[in-house]
Design a protein around this ligand. Sequence first.
Ligand SMILES: [Zn+2]
Length: 240
Amino acid sequence: MLGFLTAVASAAAASYAGYATMAPQVQLYGRTLTHGSDPAQLALTFDDGPNDPHTLHLLELLEKRQAHATFFLIGKYVRQRPDIVRAIHAAGHAIGNHTESHPNLIFVSERRLRQELEQCSRAIEEAIGTRVRLFRPPFGGRRPAVLRVARRLGLEPVMWSVTAYDWKAASSAQIAQNIARSMAARRRPQGEIVLLHDGSHLKFGTDRIFTVQATRALLEKYSLEGKKLVEVTAMERKPR
Ligand SMILES: [Zn+2]
């Protein structure tokens, strides 16, 4: 009986640990940035770019609203289109490392993990001539080694507090709704970090028109509400 109970308990623990590695807000493996403390700030983050033409369309929209955002880039796409990366940087947005080829880092060796991070940082640094300091793990997948190696390479892990589910949305309205619903459910308002995608790890050139349209609507809505659209490093992080 005791053996059975122990087995059940360890299965539960194992499944909890599996959940924790992917859930954006769980801090089991050391602190990562998931949100800010100032509810007047909102950080839009775009993963899996650079992408053509969607990243460029986002840059136009952000510029019109004088808003800033954060782009987590895939190294192999950076090598393909360093000109887009330079445009992101020149517009004053923050750029982060999203690995060279977008594997789930829970399942790769420590050696591969280091290569994925180093190659992506190198690609970005060659494009813009500035050190990369931010990192977002693909699929949110992390384990102690991921955070340890990232920090050793001078990269701060950044997760998110609001998932837009834009990669599977049937319309731009649905994306905006997913975000609004998630923010409305918050008991204590905070500076939200929103996960969006200007590209896809599956293919360069993936259509992200819904994300672009949703971003136009989000910028309008939240600027009117008086929120400041900031890149993640500008977020207030005071303990409350
Ligand atoms: Zn990704």
